[in-house]
Design a protein around this ligand. Structure first.
Ligand SMILES: [Zn+2]
Length: 159
């Protein structure tokens, strides 16, 4: 959709022009978040540009949710967090996308949502906590390897 950041991002990934891209599945795109304050923070954006889950046709919705669960499971195997967080917000970018956030024992606020961690927010607003290219590519490779073991069909790997 014209003017949508995530639709533009999907086009960048398909052009091979996104160094954070991991894979395209049947219903969405797997991409590492630029801010790696929470190691492995990943976004799974739907292919279809709608704001709400109920706007997806039933079959696509079921598959999107199943794929999201598999991406989360792959993250769990890849990064061994204490807990995973799943958030579907879309207040600023109304194109369906899950924030899949590994949480660790080292979190300063392990029992609260990530949005209550002021250090995370500071990094989000200032572009901090970027991984090095080496770290980023190692995470992409590890996550892709786990997606290859998951119950998903990888249409295209970007790593
Ligand atoms: Zn969109």
């Amino acid at each position: 959709m014209a003017g949508c950041d995530l639709c533009a991002g999907a086009q960048r990934m398909d052009r091979g022009d996104d160094p954070y891209a991991v894979a395209r599945l049947e219903t969405g795109f797997v991409r590492l978040h630029e801010v790696q304050y929470f190691r492995g923070y990943t976004v799974f954006a739907a292919k279809t540009c709608v704001a709400e889950l109920h706007e997806l046709e039933r079959g696509e919705r079921d598959l999107y949710l199943a794929e999201m669960s598999e991406v989360a499971h792959a993250l769990s195997r890849a990064f061994r967090p204490r807990k995973l967080n799943y958030e579907l917000l879309g207040n600023s970018v109304p194109h369906l996308h899950w924030h899949l956030v590994p949480r660790y024992d080292t979190d300063p606020h392990p029992r609260g949502p990530i949005w209550e961690d002021l250090s995370f927010l500071r990094n989000l607003w200032t572009g901090g906590s970027a991984s090095t290219v080496t770290e980023r590519d190692a995470m992409r490779t590890t996550l892709l390897q786990e997606l290859e073991r998951a119950d998903v069909r990888i249409e295209r790997a970007f790593v």
